[in-house]
Write a protein that binds this ligand. Sequence first.
Ligand code: ATP
Length: 240
Amino acid sequence: AAGPALLQVEEVQAYYGLAHVLQGVSLTVQPGELVALLGRNGAGKTTTVKSIMGLVTVRGGHIRCEGRDFVGLPAESVAQFGVGYVPEDRRMFPGLTVRENFRLAGLGSRLPKAEQQAAIGRALQVFPQLEAHLDRDASRLSGGQQQMVAVGRALICGRKLLLVDEVTQGLAPNIAADMGATLRRIADEGHGVLLVEQNSQMALELADRVYVLDQGVVVHRGDAVALRRDPGWMERYLQL
Ligand code: ATP
């Protein structure tokens, strides 16, 4: 029998103060899968990712990674369990070089020093373009390079699972497509990737499976292949 899912979100209820934002969201991600989380602005996509990271209040349901329940754990503990997070605004700390960004991510993983170094080496294999910029202030790189740093940092912590929130926002189409292809490769090499993406068309082309959220509930879930064959799906689920 199959073991526990890499990520299993089950009937999660999440709140901002009194606002009941997620009203029973369930989803799974397996190793090797890229799963897209789609939906209109305000549907609850970012809140779902923040719930997994322990950054919003979850008052019901379960969030399990390989069977271990994360509900109530702080973000540092989630990160130490091998979950990498690329937040919506890429947030480069001004004055920190690319190398320092990666070292901080390594420290956050709490892995032994040699494993931190190995993880940094792997991030640089994924983004070899960053080698030439290791000693530059990351906040002064191009938007696409900053996103490489953000994903690289997440990979250093995220040995198993990556949560990626709107990583292509504001990027030129060819740069966005490159980042999409890189995330697909990361999944093909064994990570689970949960991708929140405004560009639904691109997400659909990259994803194995798709969940569509609306007003804090999953209104559709299915194989990306089936949606790719269904020209009316965007009007139906995203009301674009
Ligand atoms: P977007 O694409 O705009 O980021 P989203 O699907 O990620 O949309 P969320 O950001 O998860 O949506 O927001 C879900 C709901 O929660 C929205 O109604 C939003 O107004 C509300 N919300 C988000 N952040 C907060 C907050 N910090 N305090 C109160 N309400 C919030």
